[in-house]
Design a protein around this ligand. Structure first.
Ligand code: BGC
Length: 360
């Protein structure tokens, strides 16, 4: 009898260990970009008081690894998957797999495309990110001037966000390209489409195909250098550069700064990465867009909790992913320049002042 009890207890303990449950699985694209380390750090911080068990896994830029991560999490019995896809379309298979196991799928920051298996999309207002770039560059052009040099760069074509950012940027820049305020110096496709206010996804693809950085800093540098080599002196002087995020912005800015025919450049970015905040303080990057990852993490956790309680998270709009209008509640963004960097980055507690030099 005693022996039977002992064996039963042993089974219970071993079973408890072997079948340890993770309630929420979080899958992020890569550790190689500061942006996603920001997300991991903010998640681990918020998860301390979230009241459920969770695990963060990285896909290291590989859709096969991403799918294996999802499989592993599903076998741990997760109830909710929070996933930022490496490649929006390739991730559909992973979302399908989780969804058919009864897991709620939350697309995090980037939308998973071409599947109905996405339940919710936690995101920033990415259109406004791109529009902020365009508005910023427009604001730096001398009133009434024509023929200003514009260089366009974009994110990876496998990331749905690259399209939304581009749409936002185009909404602000296209009228100024159409009326001759700007001349696009590195994309004939963009020049050819200058009169079109609204582009089809295919037209956007054509432009993005010419100006993509693949979200890769080395690619961004090479493309900027190739553009500068091809450009005549008249396409330099003062230049306006639409760069898609902070890492690529620093790479592109360095390339333009190194060209002796470039006198002044204005360059955009996003993510409020520490290195770019320093670039802004030093006058080497003009602006960034702060997407407060703390809010995104909070929204993702709140959505997961809602699902686990059998409720649904709040919805203010929908994003079409090619197969479904996915419910979402996008978060507002903040434009950061030298003028408000102290208020928005330091005083808000986003990064400590001790991370920077030369702050005023
Ligand atoms: C994110 C950006 C990020 C980029 C590259 C985008 O989907 O929204 O914040 O910089 O991917 O990782």
């Amino acid at each position: 009898m005693k022996r039977a009890l002992f064996i039963a207890m042993l089974f219970a303990i071993v079973g408890g260990i072997v079948f340890a449950e993770t309630q929420v699985g979080i899958v992020l694209p890569t550790k190689d970009e500061p942006r996603w380390i920001q997300d991991q750090t903010r998640f681990l911080d918020a998860l301390k008081s979230a009241g459920f068990s969770a695990k963060v896994l990285f896909s290291q830029g590989d859709s096969a690894k991403e799918k294996a991560n999802v499989e592993a999490l599903v076998s741990e019995n997760i109830k909710v998957l929070i996933i930022c896809p490496q490649d929006g379309t390739a991730a559909a298979a992973a979302a399908d797999l989780a969804h058919s196991a009864g897991v709620k799928v939350i697309s995090y920051d980037r939308l998973i495309r071409d599947t109905t298996s996405v339940d919710y999309y936690v995101t920033f207002d990415s259109f406004q990110v791109g529009k902020a770039w365009g508005d910023y560059l427009n604001s730096k052009v001398p009133a009434g001037s024509k023929g200003n040099n514009l260089y366009l760069y974009a994110g990876a074509a496998s990331d749905n966000n690259s399209f939304i950012f581009f749409e936002g940027a185009w909404s602000a820049l296209q009228p100024k390209i159409a009326d001759g305020t700007f001349i696009v110096r590195n994309s004939e496709k963009a020049t050819g489409l200058a009169k079109k206010a609204k582009l089809t996804r295919d037209e956007e693809s054509q432009i993005i195909g010419q100006v993509t950085t693949n979200w890769n800093f080395g690619d961004a540098k090479n493309k900027a250098e190739a553009n500068l080599t091809a450009a005549p002196k008249s396409a330099k002087g003062t230049v306006y550069i639409c760069a898609p995020n902070d890492g690529t912005a620093r790479a592109i800015a360095d390339a333009f700064a190194a060209d002796k025919d470039v006198r002044t450049y204005y360059i955009t970015g996003q993510d409020a990465e520490i290195a770019s905040i320093q670039y802004i303080i030093d006058g080497k990057q003009s602006m960034t867009v702060l997407k407060d990852v703390r809010t995104l993490v909070k929204d993702a956790i709140a959505a997961a909790v809602a699902y686990m309680k059998g409720q649904t998270p709040p919805v203010t709009t929908y994003y079409n992913n090619g197969k479904k209008d996915v419910p979402a509640k996008p978060t507002a963004i903040v434009v950061v320049t030298k003028d408000n960097v102290k208020k928005e980055i330091i005083d808000s507690g986003y990064w400590p002042a001790s991370d920077f030099t030369g702050l005023k």
